[in-house]
Design a protein around this ligand. Sequence first.
Ligand SMILES: C[S@@+](CC[C@H](N)C(=O)[O-])C[C@H]1O[C@@H](n2cnc3c(N)ncnc32)[C@H](O)[C@@H]1O
Length: 301
Amino acid sequence: MEFRSARGAVLQLLRTVAPADLPALIEWMRTTRDFDEFTQDNNDIMLKNIAEDLRNCLPLDTMLSSEHLSLRKIEQQPEPTVHVDAFLYDEDFIDSLCEEGKMSRNYCMVCGSHQTAPLGFISHSFSLVELKFIYHHVLPDLSGKVLVDVGSRLGTVLYGGYLYSSALQLYGVELNGDFCQLQEMVIKKYQFTDRVKVLHADICTQGSLLQNADVIIMNNVFEYFLDEAEQARAWECISHNVRKQGSLLVTVPSLEDSLSRLQINIQLSSWVEEVTLNYDVYPEKHIDREALEQIHLYKIL
Ligand SMILES: C[S@@+](CC[C@H](N)C(=O)[O-])C[C@H]1O[C@@H](n2cnc3c(N)ncnc32)[C@H](O)[C@@H]1O
């Protein structure tokens, strides 16, 4: 059906609705997320435009010179490893950069130059697929809910939440001021200001935000950015403040993984209950299932 006839059919349908029910129906049409499946493409395109804007502002490795510790930790990986931001560079994009000779997937096992064995890739952002998995398949309807992304970096979780969920407020807390400025630029340009706010702060100073949040997202927040004593302190603060019963915590990797590397005593069984996720929602072969399997959901007890 073409646009004119479709619009005519919708108006015709509205004329048949009982007058007493019409306001409720129109309110539902204005606010529902039931139409998301029809508008998804636009949201994907908007996120891809944001990624392009950010690529134009950042170096290829998407790391800032101010990130000393993270740069050092990547260098210290057992296998030669590079940072490739999964939100900015999807697999097809990486392939085209490799063809142009601007990036390599391999390194020479003898001299370390980028020629023969697979390089390790690390991403400090969620990819578009991971974001859609979280908002469409991990989290429930977020109407009226407050979400906090701990360590919001490029802001991907916030933009994804704006476009793919009806969360009332999306807060990003980020330690690095340069990344906060980038997020502000995107939020303003794409007019997300009504529901998205970024705070330039250490999460440990944001106790009341954490206490009131309904959903907290933690994507590998501390491991590459803080030394072990600071990571332990930050996790103490998270476990102390994320206590609202029934609130949800999404982590990468699992809490067990993150905490087992640290000298810390947090009793997981009295704090959270893990919710089993279905990682088989995307049957397409090119989906990185291993990356999805790193995503864990917990309910606060
Ligand atoms: C791996 S990135 C996560 C990016 C983003 N949440 C995503 O999923 O796309 C982690 C970010 O956390 C920030 N960070 C580390 N420790 C922090 C802290 N104590 N408070 C706030 N941000 C922190 C780092 O600067 C880094 O940008």
